[in-house]
Structures are given as C-alpha cells and as structure tokens.
Design a protein around this ligand. Sequence first.
Ligand code: GRG
Length: 284
Amino acid sequence: MHMTLLEEFEEFLNSHLLSTESFHPHFNEAYRKMFGAGGKRFRPLLLLGTLRAINPLLVRNAMYAALALEMIHTYSLIHDDLPAMDNAPLRRGVDTLHVTYDEVTAILIADALNTDAFLILSQMPIDDKSKTTLCAILAKNAGSGGMVLGQALDCFFERKPLDEEQLIFLHKHKTARLIAAAIQMGAVIGGSDVKTQNELYDFGLELGLLFQIHDDIIDATKSSSEAGKPTHNDTDKNSFVNLLGLREATKRRDDKINELKKRSEGFGDKLEAHFVKILNNSFK
Ligand code: GRG
C-alpha cells in the first residue's frame, strides 16, 4: 500500500523515538506526549518534500534528519510554554507538560529532546561528511545564532515595542531559521550544489517569515479551540499584527505568498510544484 510522506514519517517517529528503562514513573510517557498530540509536522515534511523533489530514492534514509528537526522544534515548544516564558496551559490541543506533570519534568524532557535529536541524526545512514554538514546546519539554526537568540529577543523585548527591522530580525531567528534549515537539509541530503543549497536556504528564510506573519494572524483571529493553543495572547508581544495592524499584516502575507510562488519557478518544475503546494495549503 502506498503511504503518504506524513504517514511514513509518523511510522518512523513512533518506532524511533527513544524509550528509556528506569524506575521513573512517567518519564517515557512525558517524553512522547507532545508527539502523540499531533502538530502539523511542517518542518519534517518540508525537509522530506524538498528531498523527494530532488531525489525520491533518498527519502527513507532522511527520516532520521526529519525526526531530529521535529525533536528540536518540539523541545522549543515545551520550553516556550513554561511559566518563565509564555506560561501556556494548552499546546497541540492538549495540556502542556508542566500542567500535566510539573515544571521540572517539562524542562528536563525538552532538554532530553534537544540532546537526543543529535543522537538520532548521528544514526542516519549517510556518509560522514554529509552527516557533519547536517549536524552543523541544525545546530547553527537552532542554537545561539538561530532560534534561541530569537526567543531571547522575544522574551527580553516583551512590552517594549520594536521597529520593523528589529521585528524581522527577531522572527528570522526565532522561527525562520529552523524552517530554512529544513529546506537546506533536504537539499544537502539530495546532493544539490552549494549555490542551490544557499538559494534554497534564503527562500526558506522568507517562507519562515511568512509562517510567522500567518501565525500572528491566527493568534489575532482564531479561537483557542481552532488553534489548539491559547490565542489573543500576543497583545503585549512584538507581533506583525501589533506593528502593522491586521489589514496590513494580511496584505503582507498574501503578497509574500505570491512573491514566493514566483521565486520558486527558479528551482525547477518538481521543487516549484512542491513549494506552490505548500504556499497554497499552509496559509489559510
Ligand atoms: C524556547 C529556545 C526556545 C525557542 C522557542 C519556536 C519557538 C521558539 C516558540 C514558539 C512560539 C511561536 C508561537 C512561534 C511562532 C511560530 C511557530 C514556531 C509556531 C509553532 O509551530 P507550529 O505551528 O506548531 O509548526 P505545530 O504544533 O504544528 O508543530
């Protein structure tokens, strides 16, 4: 039977997420909980879809990289929801880990995911040079030069309005770099030349900013049950909706969708079709 990329990824995730023998009463359950609650799997599908457009034969082995990416993303959500940051009770439609268990469990499970991601990546059947490159891309975009810096800026400047250039810098780091890394990792596994890898990375940064503008619009317009997380939550935050207003933010989103459709024509028919599908389906 033919499986979709998402089904294949879910099967891989379920069979490769670690499970640890110990006398801790809920460590394994807490480790898996946020994965079992769903999520769009936007980043792993972006990596796998990009790779499939370049070389479909390599998709199976790339599941390791896709899972590593989703583990980093999931740790970031768990930490983002902690009382010290967003203090959010709901994520992916279920209670957050610090609500179900306690803060210590949430902090440590996310720490474990952040570390274990690189263990899973190290097990990928691919040559060592490519593996080192993948490891570097993931670490660079998730760590102090990427997502963590963006989150630090977001938290530090809460209630202190930033200008547009600063806001773009913040979200480029917090959200866009990991999304761009997903596309670049797909291109590295597929064997694209470095110039193409970099062009795809830059395209990914713009896609990531689009993702963030859309997320800000969801926060301003959707109910908590539609979004599966608290909404109308960004009133004190540096969001695109707060800076530009809902109308202008919506216009920027729609303009960016069209701009990126045009830009994806430069990547060849298969990649174009892959990106156009994402642009048509992910931002409604
Ligand atoms: C704690 C180091 C650290 C980083 C947190 C990504 C992030 C950085 C925080 C999430 C806050 C947020 C609402 C960001 C906006 C865009 C975004 C990344 C949304 C959540 O990702 P989705 O929509 O979630 O892909 P699912 O649940 O579908 O995986």
